[in-house]
Design a binder for this molecule. Structure first.
Ligand SMILES: Nc1nc2c(c(=O)[nH]1)N[C@H]1C(S)=C(S)[C@@H](COP(=O)(O)OP(=O)(O)OC[C@H]3O[C@@H](n4cnc5c(=O)[nH]c(N)nc54)[C@H](O)[C@@H]3O)O[C@H]1N2
Ligand SMILES: Nc1nc2c(c(=O)[nH]1)N[C@H]1C(S)=C(S)[C@@H](COP(=O)(O)OP(=O)(O)OC[C@H]3O[C@@H](n4cnc5c(=O)[nH]c(N)nc54)[C@H](O)[C@@H]3O)O[C@H]1N2
Ligand code: SF4
Ligand SMILES: [Mo]
Length: 753
C-alpha cells in the first residue's frame, strides 16, 4: 500500500472547541495524522458550517510549541519533568502553604477554554469546591457576568439566559455583538450569516447598534452608531416609550410577571429626548425602534459583550430582557426563548416553577470590598489580593486555561503580582504571558485527544440538540485526561496525596453529588454507573436524569450516552419551546421585572446622563482569524487577516495627524501602548477600536509564531478598578484615551534638524 492509499484514510467527528458556535467538524485522518478538516454536513446542529478557526484545529494539534510534557521552573528556567515529578513538586509546596496560611491563600483562576472542554468544566467546579477558597476568579467577570446576574435576578438561575429564536424571528435588534465574526455568544448559533440572510429574505429586519459599522452591521438593514457605554440610555428610552405609547403587551406571560408598576415608575424619567444626546441616537429613532419591536409579531432583542463590558453592564443586560418581556416576545416562538438542554441545566432540575433564586454579596473581597458574585470575585481584584499583605493574602495560585496577563486589565501589574507568589501551578497548553510566571505547568490535552459534550452551550442554543464527540486520536503516552489532572490536584489539596487512588476519589465525589441531587435514587444511580469514571460518567448521569433521559430505565425510550454515541452528527431535539412558568426558579415563581438591586442602580444611570463626551474613546473588537489571547501561534490563522490595528475615523485621524499605516501612541493615564493605525469611516467619530488578546512580546514565552507578530496589548490601558459595581464585571470598552502620531525615524530626524 502507498502512503496515500485511501484505505488508510479514516473519518472522525469533533465538535469544534474554539468558539460558542460549537460547529461539528469532520476530520479526515491518515495514519494518525489529520489530513483535512471540513464542516460535518450531517451534523444535526451546524449542518456543515465552519469558519477558518475550525481548520486550525490541525495546527493546534501539531503545534511544536504546544506543551506535551510537564514543566518545572528551576533556577528561573523551565525544565521538562515527568508527571510524577511535577505532582511531587506540587505536593511538596502547596499543602504546607495551605497549612500555614489557610485555604484563602490559594487563588483559583479559571479561563475561557474551560467552558469548551467538558473534562475541564465538570471538574474545575469540583476542584473549586474542594479548595474552598474565597479567592476564585474567572473570565466571567471579563465577559458575561452582567447577563448572568440579570438573568438570575429575573428568572431565578444564573444560566437561564434567553436566546433569539432566529429561524422564526422577523425583527432582530442586536446591540454590542458582532456574530458575523464572533459566531455568537451566550447564543449558540452556528452560521449566523445564513440565518440572518434568511431572516431578511423572508421580509424580516436586522438592526445593529454598535459604535463601529461591523461586519454584522454591514449585513443588516439598519446600523446605528451608539456612543460607547450609551446603550443603557437607549434601552431605557425604548422601555419608557413602550409605557408612554401604551405598547406594553405581556400576552401569555401576564400572570407570570411581577414588578410591572415599579418598572414603569422607575423608567418614567428616561424619555427619548432626555437620553438621546447621551447615547447619540435621535429621540425619534429610539421611539421607532420601540414601536418596531412592539408591533412585529416575532421579534427579539439581543445584547452581548459590548453591552456587558461597560459601566452599566447589568442594567443593559436586564433591559434587553425587559424589552423582550414587555413586547410579548420572551418565551414566544421567534422571540427570545429558553433552551432545554439534555443535561446539566439547573432550570430543568428539581422542583419546577419556583426556586431559591440567586444571592450575591455573601462575602466581600478583602482589599476593595467587592461583593462576591456567583461564588467568585471580580478578576480586576486579583492583583491587589496578591499584593496586599495581611490575613487572607493570596500567596499561591492555580490557573486553569487562563491568560489574564493579556486578557484582563493592566497585565503588567498582574504579571508583577504573579511573580511575587510563593507558588503557582498552571494547567495550560502553552508557555505564555501568564504561565511563564508559574512554578509548575501541567499540559492539557489537545482537543483531539479527549471526548466532548457541550455542557454549557446546549443551554444557550438556538435549537435543542445533543451531540457527543469521542476522542479523535489517542492521548500521547503518559498524558492524563484533563479531568484526571484536576482530580489529582484535588487529591493533593485534600491531603490525600498525589498518589491517591483517583477512581476511588472520583467515586467518592460522585456519591456525594448524588446524595445531594438524587435523593432516594442515589444508590441505584451510583451502582448503574459504578464501572465508569470521569467526565464521561458525569455525562451519562446528566443525560439519563435529564429532561429527555431514560431515567435509568423508567423511560426506556429516553436518552442515554450509548444511544447518543451511536448517532452520527448528534440528535436534534427540535426548535425551542415555550417554558414559562416551568423554567422559572425565582422564589416568587414569577419573572421579576423590577429586582430592587437593578431599580436602585438606575439612580447611578440618571446621574451619568450629563456626563461630557470625551474627545476619544477606546473600544475593543474580535477578529475572525483570532480567538482571545491564544490562537496567534497557529500558522493557518497567522497568515490570515488578523492584524492588531487601531481603527480610526478619518476626521479623528486628520485632527490628530495620524497616517493610515503609520504608528500611534494610545495613552490612558500613565500607561501607553504603540499601535498601527488603520483609517476607516466604519468607526464612529471620536471612537477608536483595537482588538484584545495581543501583546506577545513578553520574554520567557514559547510562542514562536505569535512573537513574530506580537501586536499591542489593549488591556494594558484598561483600569483594573473600573467595574460595573453590581456584577463586578470589568469595564473593557468605552474608556477615554489620548492618541498621538509616533514620528517615523526619518520624520523625527527631519524635525530635530
Ligand atoms: N479588552 C478586552 N479584554 C477582554 C475581552 C474583550 O472583549 N476586550 N474579552 C474577554 C473575554 S469575553 C474572555 S472570555 C476573556 C478570555 O480570557 P482568558 O479566560 O484568559 O482566556 P484566553 O485569553 O482565551 O486564554 C486561554 C488560555 O487557555 C489556554 N488553553 C487553550 N486551550 C486549552 C486547553 O485545551 N486546555 C488547557 N488546559 N488550556 C488551554 C491557552 O494557552 C491560554 O493560556 O478575555 C477577556 N478579555
Ligand atoms: N473570531 C472570534 N470569535 C470569538 C472570540 C474571538 O476572540 N474571536 N471570542 C469569543 C468570546 S470569549 C466571546 S465572549 C464572544 C463575544 O462575542 P461578541 O459579543 O459578538 O463580541 P465582539 O465581536 O467583540 O462584538 C462586540 C461588539 O461590541 C461593540 N461595542 C463596543 N463597545 C460598545 C458599546 O458601548 N455599545 C455597543 N452597543 N457596542 C459596543 C464592538 O464594536 C463590537 O462590534 O466571541 C467569541 N467568539
Ligand atoms: S465558528 Fe469557527 S471557531 Fe466557532 S465553532 Fe465553528 S468552526 Fe469553530
Ligand atoms: Mo468570552
Amino acid at each position: 500500500m502507498t502512503e496515500t492509499d485511501p484505505a488508510k484514510e479514516t473519518t472522525a467527528y469533533r465538535i469544534c472547541p474554539f468558539c460558542e458556535a460549537c460547529c461539528g467538524l469532520e476530520l479526515t485522518l491518515e495514519r494518525g495524522h489529520v489530513k483535512r478538516i471540513r464542516g460535518h454536513q450531517a451534523d444535526v446542529f451546524s449542518a456543515g458550517y465552519l469558519c477558518p478557526k475550525g481548520v486550525a484545529l490541525k495546527d493546534l494539534h501539531e503545534d511544536p510549541d504546544r506543551l506535551r510534557t510537564p514543566l518545572i521552573k528551576r533556577n528561573s528556567r523551565f525544565v521538562e519533568v515527568s508527571w510524577d515529578e511535577a505532582f511531587a513538586e506540587i505536593e511538596r509546596r502547596l499543602p504546607p502553604l495551605i497549612a500555614q496560611h489557610g485555604r484563602d491563600a490559594v487563588a483559583l483562576v479559571l479561563g475561557n477554554p474551560i467552558v469548551h472542554k467538558a473534562s475541564l468544566l465538570l471538574y474545575a467546579s469540583r476542584l473549586g469546591r474542594a479548595l474552598a477558597t474565597r479567592n476564585i476568579f474567572s473570565a466571567s467577570t471579563l465577559d458575561q457576568m452582567p447577563k448572568q446576574l440579570s438573568s438570575g435576578l429575573m428568572f431565578g438561575d444564573w444560566l437561564s439566559v434567553p436566546v433569539p429564536d432566529i429561524e422564526r424571528c422577523d425583527f432582530l435588534l442586536v446591540l454590542g455583538a458582532n456574530p458575523m465574526v464572533s459566531n455568537g455568544s451566550l447564543w449558540t448559533v452556528p452560521n449566523f450569516r445564513d440565518k440572518a440572510k434568511a431572516l431578511r429574505a423572508r421580509g424580516g429586519k436586522l438592526v445593529v447598534v454598535d459604535p463601529r459599522r461591523t461586519e454584522t452591521a454591514r449585513a443588516a438593514d439598519q446600523h446605528l452608531f451608539v456612543r460607547p457605554g450609551g446603550d443603557v440610555f437607549l434601552l431605557l428610552g425604548m422601555v419608557q416609550t413602550l409605557f408612554a405609547e401604551n405598547l406594553v403587551r405581556l400576552g401569555r406571560l401576564a400572570p407570570h410577571v411581577a414588578g410591572l408598576e415599579t418598572l414603569q415608575q422607575s423608567v418614567a424619567g428616561f424619555t427619548p429626548e432626555k437620553v438621546s444626546a447621551r447615547c447619540g441616537i435621535p429621540a425619534e429613532t429610539i421611539r421607532e425602534l420601540a414601536r418596531s419591536l412592539a408591533t412585529t409579531e416575532r421579534a427579539a432583542v439581543y445584547g452581548r459583550i459590548g453591552t456587558c463590558t461597560q459601566d452599566f453592564g447589568t442594567l443593559c443586560s436586564w433591559l434587553v430582557d425587559v424589552l423582550n418581556t414587555l413586547t410579548g416576545h420572551l418565551d414566544a416562538p421567534g422571540g427570545a426563548m429558553f433552551a432545554k438542554a439534555a443535561a446539566f441545566q439547573n432550570n430543568t432540575l428539581g422542583k419546577s416553577g419556583s426556586g431559591k433564586g440567586i444571592v450575591t454579596g455573601r462575602r466581600k473581597s478583602r482589599v476593595s470590598g467587592a461583593p462576591e458574585i456567583f461564588g467568585e470575585l471580580p478578576m480586576g481584584c486579583l492583583a491587589e489580593e496578591i499584593e496586599t499583605p495581611g490575613e487572607g493574602q493570596v500567596k499561591a495560585l492555580i490557573s486553569i486555561s487562563s491568560n489574564p496577563a493579556l486578557s484582563s486589565p493592566h497585565g503588567t501589574r498582574l504579571g508583577a503580582a504573579l511573580e511575587q507568589l510563593e507558588f503557582m501551578v498552571s494547567v495550560d497548553i502553552y508557555l505564555n504571558e501568564t504561565t511563564r510566571h508559574a512554578d509548575v505547568i501541567l499540559p492539557g490535552t489537545s482537543p483531539l485527544e479527549d471526548m466532548h459534550y457541550d455542557v454549557a452551550f446546549t443551554q444557550l442554543s438556538h435549537r435543542n440538540h445533543a451531540r457527543y464527540s469521542a476522542p479523535v486520536l489517542p492521548r500521547s503516552p503518559g498524558q492524563p485526561d484533563e479531568w484526571q489532572v484536576l482530580l489529582r490536584l484535588l487529591a493533593v489539596i485534600q491531603g490525600k496525596g498525589a498518589g491517591a487512588d483517583l477512581k476511588a476519589l472520583d467515586d467518592e465525589l460522585l456519591a456525594q453529588d448524588l446524595k445531594r441531587t438524587a435523593g432516594p435514587y442515589a444508590d441505584q444511580i451510583f451502582n448503574a454507573v459504578a464501572h465508569m469514571c470521569g467526565a464521561e460518567r458525569l455525562l451519562e448521569v446528566g443525560l439519563r436524569t435529564g429532561p429527555y433521559g431514560d431515567q435509568f430505565g423508567a423511560k426506556p425510550d429516553g436518552l442515554n450516552l450509548d444511544k447518543l454515541k451511536t448517532t452520527v452528527g448528534g440528535i436534534d431535539l427540535g426548535p425551542l419551546t415555550s417554558r414559562v412558568p416551568e423554567v422559572l426558579r425565582t422564589p416568587s415563581g414569577k419573572i421579576e421585572l423590577a429586582p430592587a438591586m437593578l431599580v436602585d442602580d438606575l439612580s447611578r444611570a440618571a446621574s451619568d446622563l450629563q456626563r461630557e463626551v470625551p474627545e476619544l474613546i477606546l473600544i475593543g473588537r474580535r477578529q475572525l482569524h483570532s480567538n482571545n489571547s491564544w490562537m496567534h501561534n497557529l500558522p493557518v490563522l497567522a497568515k490570515g487577516a488578523a492584524r492588531c490595528t487601531a481603527l480610526v475615523n478619518p476626521a479623528d485621524a486628520s485632527r490628530l495627524g495620524l497616517q493610515d499605516g503609520g504608528k500611534a501612541r494610545i495613552t490612558q493615564g500613565k500607561r501607553t501602548i504603540e499601535v498601527d493605525v488603520e483609517i476607516t469611516d466604519e468607526m464612529m467619530p471620536g471612537v477608536v477600536s483595537l482588538p484584545h488578546g495581543w501583546g506577545h512580546d513578553q520574554p520567557g514565552s514559547r510562542l514562536e509564531i505569535a512573537a513574530s507578530n506580537p501586536g499591542a496589548n489593549l488591556n494594558q490601558l484598561m483600569d483594573e478598578d473600573r467595574r460595573d459595581p453590581l456584577s463586578g464585571n470589568a469595564v473593557l470598552s468605552g474608556v477615554e484615551v489620548q492618541m498621538e502620531a509616533v514620528a517615523r525615524p526619518m520624520e523625527f530626524a527631519e524635525q530635530t534638524q
